[in-house]
Write a protein that binds this ligand. Structure first.
Ligand SMILES: [Fe+2]
Length: 285
């Protein structure tokens, strides 16, 4: 097994492993350490069944079911594997989406920071991908915090942000919520801007998602200005790694230490990814 850093602010390619086979103890340990260090890992040329993807994913923690399927009656996309999420724009012969998120852009976000225990990470496996489209990008929030300009650091001290629980990362309204125009009324928990891992003391900016966010206690225009400045800082090119998809890729990221986004892609192209999610710990507030 080899771990090759991307040369960017985060991300590494791992070669020399067949993830459909059980990992040697030493490799498991090295992978967990590499994931902590590089925050995003990818493997090319894998061919995993859902069972194999789940078995590999368990190397990094307990799996949890994805957010509710926004279509139909909310039942899992693959009923026999409720821990597997499908990310796809493909529709069945009956016109029913076989997966989530469609073909549009997914704006910068961390997954589910509006729940008490946001996921630790997620793992995607590319079954069908249009080459040269639908890139996934990641931004390093540990570095972004370390290099946060002093004025911004001061502005977020003692402040919190509302993490919107009513929309998914493609901007779709979740079942049971109403569209609310005024960000001051956004539903969701209030969280400090700095996330700190109680085990390691490692810190990162915690931003969640920009749409519908609000900084309680500030006039709306000041809240908007502060959030715009923070997001512009955290998503600068120097903090970003771009993953260009190939069929068979496995791509995994540490949810609370990075932001991620996805480019839109040709609606006529087929893109099918299977995804697992690793359970996280409670975060403060
Ligand atoms: Fe996401």
């Amino acid at each position: 097994m080899e771990i090759n850093a991307s040369g960017r602010a985060l991300g590494a390619e791992v070669t020399g492993l067949d993830l459909s086979k059980p990992l040697a103890d030493g490799d498991e340990k090295s992978l967990r350490a590499a994931w902590d260090e590089h925050l995003v890992l990818f493997f090319r040329g894998q061919d995993l069944t859902d069972m194999e993807l789940m078995a590999f994913s368990k190397t990094f923690g307990e799996l949890e079911a994805p957010g509710k399927n926004p279509y139909g009656d909310g039942s899992p996309f693959i009923p026999e594997f409720p821990l597997i999420n499908v990310i796809s724009n493909v529709k069945s012969d009956e016109g029913k989406p076989i997966g989530n998120l469609g073909d549009g852009e997914a704006v910068w976000h961390a997954d589910m920071t509006y729940v008490a225990n946001p996921p630790k990470g997620a793992i995607l496996h590319g079954w069908e991908v249009p080459v040269g489209q639908g890139d996934t990008q990641f931004s390093n929030l540990i570095l972004a915090l370390e290099e946060l300009p002093a004025d911004l650091r001061k502005a977020i001290e003692g402040r919190e942000c509302i993490h919107d629980e009513s929309h998914n990362s493609a901007g779709m309204l979740r079942a049971g919520y109403e569209e609310i125009e005024d960000p001051e009324k956004t539903p969701g928990p209030h969280r400090p801007f700095i996330f700190s891992d109680p085990m390691t003391g490692r810190k990162a900016l915690m931003l969640g998602r920009r749409p519908h966010a609000y900084v309680p206690g500030l006039p709306l225009n000041e809240s908007e200005q502060l959030l715009d400045a923070l997001w512009a800082h955290a998503t600068q090119e120097k903090y970003v790694f771009t993953h260009k998809w190939q069929k068979g890729d496995v791509l995994m990221w540490q949810n609370l230490w990075v932001l991620h986004r996805r480019d839109s892609f040709d609606p006529a192209a087929r893109r099918v990814l299977h995804r697992t999610q690793i359970k996280g710990e409670a975060v403060s507030a």
